[in-house]
Design a protein around this ligand. Structure first.
Ligand SMILES: Nc1ncnc2c1ncn2[C@@H]1O[C@H](COP(=O)(O)OP(=O)(O)OP(=O)(O)O)[C@@H](O)[C@H]1O
Length: 330
């Protein structure tokens, strides 16, 4: 989808972890801890589209919330253009929101039903920009035009829109403050297939027009394959595989990625994991010592159940294609 990638990373995650629960409670007892994201290290280059795939509960939305500052990591660092996003999120939400924005999965539910589109789109312009009333009016017109909606839509309410139109509003809202990075969390999953294509085309156009970088989270492998420059495959909160989209889809190195591919042979098929639906995921309250995929993996050895494979430079398998696996496929 993209020909002009910068070599320098725009976003860098280093050994990022997010744990829910586990805090000290009264009488010295702790709540159980869920390790939603663990040991995640990845760079996102300016101008690229990084696809993120994995089963439900693997930590995709937690990752998205960490990047946009809705949650703070338990450990590790997230930096944007060399600046610590975590510190920004704590101190200055305005500065962070100007750089990084979020588009939600459910377009209609993500818009306040009691507010007109004008009020919804004006909110970020008021909070995140220094535009005066005239400037905001001009920007509102620009935003609607950018997402191919007529100016009269400004005075309407979210329930008057189709899913595809509502997602265009969600995208316009994300664009309002001229961000550099947009995290798209299942942006077309709630839409009909014909509308999906329109919204994907729009995202492609906007990316070029505004010089954007996307993190594209989806269950739908065929959509991820069609849009992504690189793909990160997550399993049980960790990176299983990371590499150029074509390599991930044509010559997966991790047996888990291979399972995903084999579970989704047909273009447009959304339910990726039907073949393996009865396989149980590890207990999130009690993560296994070794590779979390070992119990489901046809290639697993004794080593896999005792020692977790690295998912960083140490595991670099072929150029920039990384698999966190003791026995990568060749
Ligand atoms: N606020 C929270 N409190 C406790 N546990 C949480 C919280 N948010 C997420 N989790 C847990 O963290 C793990 C990862 O969840 P997350 O929602 O990030 O996964 P996901 O891949 O986005 O799943 P889905 O595709 O179903 O949205 C899951 O075990 C989930 O139950």
């Amino acid at each position: 989808m993209n020909a002009t990638l910068s070599a320098s990373p725009l976003l860098t995650l280093e050994d990022v972890a997010k744990t829910f629960g586990g805090e000290k409670k009264l009488f010295g007892k702790k709540t159980p801890a869920v390790h939603a994201v663990q040991g995640l290290s990845v760079n996102v280059r300016k101008g690229e589209i990084l696809g993120v795939v994995g089963e439900s509960g693997c930590g995709k939305s937690t990752l998205a919330r960490l990047i946009v500052g809705l949650d703070l990591p338990t450990s590790g660092t997230i930096s944007f253009d060399g600046e610590d996003l975590t510190a920004l999120a704590r101190k200055d939400r305005r500065a962070l929101s100007r750089k990084v924005q979020y588009v939600f999965q459910d377009p209609v539910a993500s818009l306040n039903p009691r507010k007109t589109i004008r009020t919804i789109l004006e909110a970020p312009l008021k909070h995140l920009t220094d535009l005066d009333a005239h400037g905001r009016e001009d920007r509102l017109q620009e935003l609607l035009s950018a997402v191919n909606l007529a100016p009269e839509f400004l005075e309407r309410y979210p329930h008057e829109f189709s899913g595809g139109q509502a997602q265009r509003i969600g995208i316009a809202r994300a664009l309002a403050a001229s961000p550099e990075l947009i995290v798209l969390d299942e942006p077309v999953s709630a839409l009909d297939v014909s509308v999906q294509a329109q919204v994907l085309n729009l995202l492609d156009t906007l990316k070029d027009k505004f010089g954007l970088t996307y993190i594209f989270i989806s269950h739908d492998l065929s959509v991820v394959e069609s849009v992504s420059d690189r793909v990160a495959v997550m399993y049980f909160g960790r990176l299983a595989e990371l590499g150029p989209s074509a390599q991930i889809f044509q010559s997966a190195l991790h047996p888990y990625t291979d399972l995903l591919m084999r579970s989704a042979p047909a273009p447009g098929r959304k339910e990726l994991f039907a073949e393996d639906a009865n396989a149980s995921l590890p207990d999130p309250y009690n993560p296994p010592q070794g590779c979390a995929f070992a119990a489901r993996c046809p290639a697993a050895s004794k080593l896999c159940s005792t020692q977790r494979p690295a998912s960083d430079e140490a595991s670099r398998t072929a150029g920039n294609h990384i698999a966190a696996c003791h026995h990568p496929l060749s």
